[in-house]
Ligand binder design. Structure first.
Ligand SMILES: Nc1ncnc2c1ncn2[C@@H]1O[C@H](COP(=O)(O)OP(=O)(O)OP(=O)(O)O)[C@@H](O)[C@H]1O
Length: 585
């Protein structure tokens, strides 16, 4: 079994080419914190001069200059460190997002469909974004905030080990309180993330389904789901807060109070004559300087847990099982498609497969129509040919090559797929059509649009081909969107074209126009159609009757009327439902 890498290892992998930049930012941050410590030493020295009765103004001026220089260099180094770590972080996050998007193109469609779109948006946009402050600050600041105070602690031990211990007394006590506060942090944080994801998913569902919600007057009901998710999230956060508040206040109070131990212990030692005034003073001042950075470093431990949870989520996406395909194009000699004893289940645990031991041959350059009752598995057959899914058992071949041995990009260049709900991107109509073939000229885009019956309605729009069609093509009618999707598929000019109820949205007049255009455009190509309106496919070379995941019969329209009772029944129901003067056998 493949082992999941730890979050640290994963982070190391994700940082990739930017590890050197992070190393540089750590060095710069250490220099920054070290320079930030200089004023403490300078103040200690000035105090000693005052005690010693030094009167030369130059000495004080010099040490004030040192203080100023310390602050200036601290500012300079920490700015540089932050700049370097932010640049590396933004690059890393960009690469993580590209990796995830790239991954989505290699996982089976099922993996994407089975998750809510809110989850992908949540991980790719929000979770990755929330890595930014942590990654950019945690790496340099945590390291430097630990390193420099450690050096000072060593120095304190050299000065006086008893006082050094006294200056550290509040650290473990504060740390115990902090541990109480952080108990179960990872589980709590991932619980919070789950609630945030649920909020995302419910709001996306609410907005996406707003038309249906309004049409069926379900606002209160659907809003309830969202408000429940919001309330649950708030309740969870408040409960978490209540459980940790006392520990948080205690640790925040105890940690900085270093003088609680330093002053009385120092005074006693001084009285006993075992501690000199200059050392006492120096330790008093330096002890103030070590707690701040250490506190800063300790507070990053929350971020480490958060980062761990986020990196794990990103890792789960990156580790999703892929459709394993070869890197090199396969040798495909002809375009015959064969299904050999193919079975398929969307859910492997389902008791019954969706397709059950199917055998089918689709000859190149012919028209095949898949017909049959709703839910019988027609679309599923086409989705296996496009490579959206893989057969659970049996083999599907194209030109004699198993589809599993054809890279998805090569398969995609052979197959154009148009379904009932083709997505249009929030771009111009021209670019939406051009997506079929990016190298197509404007003229070619317009030619294909003309042939698919889109040109006239496009020219009727205010900005013609430059009209932005809105997310998912929302500003066009169903039929208009469909014709654009058909034009896009036609422009691709693939040798195999699949229409999955592609003309379902068109009114009869436009349907015959588009059908006519399609029949011209697909000449010489393999056409596979899923059709409910049987009269549109009576001329097919082969009709395949699919029933409950099995192939009931194949043949021409006339042959099936003779030999397949189910087809005959469907046909009679079909012509019965059509207007007078409609299709006849
Ligand atoms: N992504 C999916 N996950 C799980 N089950 C699915 C999925 N897509 C389809 N199904 C199920 O598979 C079965 C076959 O669906 P399919 O869409 O292939 O049938 P169809 O014959 O094309 O139906 P229709 O004519 O109504 O479009 C149905 O029971 C459907 O509920």
């Amino acid at each position: 079994m493949k082992q999941t890498p730890s979050p640290v290892k994963r982070l190391w992998e994700l940082a990739g080419a930017h590890r050197r930049a992070y190393a540089l930012s750590i060095i710069l941050a250490i220099l920054g914190v070290a320079c930030g410590m200089v004023p403490y030493f300078a103040i200690a020295y000035i105090m000693l001069c005052l005690i010693d009765g030094v009167t030369a103004l130059n000495t004080y001026a010099l040490w004030c200059g040192v203080i100023l220089l310390g602050f200036t260099l601290k500012l300079l180094f920490s700015t540089l460190s932050t700049t370097v770590s932010h640049t590396a972080t933004f690059q890393t996050l960009k690469e993580v997002r590209i990796k995830i998007a790239d991954k989505l193109s290699r996982v089976p469609m099922g993996y994407i469909i089975d998750q809510s779109s809110g989850r992908f948006k949540d991980v790719i946009v929000d979770r990755v974004e929330s890595m930014e402050p942590i990654l950019a600050h945690l790496v340099p600041e945590m390291t430097s905030n630990l390193f420099v105070p450690l050096c000072i602690i060593v120095y304190l031990f050299i000065l006086d080990w008893r006082m050094a211990l006294a200056s550290l007394v509040t650290l473990p006590i504060g740390f115990l309180c902090y541990m109480g506060m952080s108990r179960g942090y990872s589980e709590r944080f991932s619980g919070l993330m789950k609630r945030v994801q649920k909020m995302n998913a419910t709001i996306i569902e609410y907005v996406g389904g707003i038309e249906v919600i309004k049409a069926f007057n379900q606002s209160a009901n659907s809003y309830q789901k969202y408000s429940d998710a919001v309330n649950d999230d708030a309740r969870y956060a408040v409960d978490w807060m209540k459980d940790t508040q006392l520990f948080m206040s205690m640790s925040n109070t105890i940690w900085p109070s270093v003088w609680l131990a330093v002053l009385p212990i120092g005074a006693i030692l001084y009285q006993h004559g075992t501690l000199s005034a200059p050392v006492f003073l120096t330790i008093m001042i330096l002890s103030l300087g070590i707690v701040g950075p250490i506190l800063g470093a300790i507070k990053f431990t929350d971020n480490i847990s958060q980062l761990g949870t986020i990196v794990e989520e990103v890792g789960n996406l990156l580790d999703a099982p892929e459709m394993v395909r070869p890197d090199h194009d396969a040798d495909i000699h002809d375009l015959a498609i064969h299904f050999q004893d193919v079975s398929f289940s969307y859910d492997l645990k389902a008791p019954k497969p969706i397709l059950d031991h199917i055998n089918l041959t689709i000859q190149p350059g012919t028209m095949t129509a898949l017909v049959g009752p709703s839910g019988s598995g027609k679309s599923t057959i086409t989705k296996l040919i496009t490579g959206f899914w893989e057969a659970t058992s049996g083999v599907i071949t194209l030109g004699g090559v198993d589809l599993k041995k054809i890279p998805l990009s090569q398969l995609s260049s052979y197959v154009s797929y148009v379904s009932q709900d083709n997505y249009l991107f929030d771009e111009s109509i021209r670019e939406n059509i051009r997506m079929g073939r990016l190298s197509a000229t404007d003229q070619e885009v317009e030619d294909v649009a003309r042939k698919c019956g889109c040109h006239d309605f496009i020219m009727g729009l205010e900005h013609g081909y430059d009209t932005i069609v809105g997310g998912a093509g929302g500003h066009l009618s169903g039929g208009e969107r469909q014709r654009i999707a058909i034009a896009r598929a036609m422009l691709k000019d693939a040798p195999i074209i699949i229409f999955d109820e592609a003309t379902a949205y068109l009114d009869p007049e436009n349907e015959s126009l588009v059908q006519e255009a399609i029949s011209k455009l697909v000449q010489g190509k393999t056409l596979i159609m899923v059709a409910h309106r049987l009269y549109t496919v009576t001329g097919a070379d082969q009709l395949v009757v699919v029933n409950q995941g099995r192939i009931e019969a194949t043949g021409t329209h006339r042959e099936l009327l003779q030999k397949c009772p189910l087809y005959k029944e469907m046909w009679q129901a079909h012509i019965g439902s059509r207007d007078e003067g409609g299709a006849t056998a």
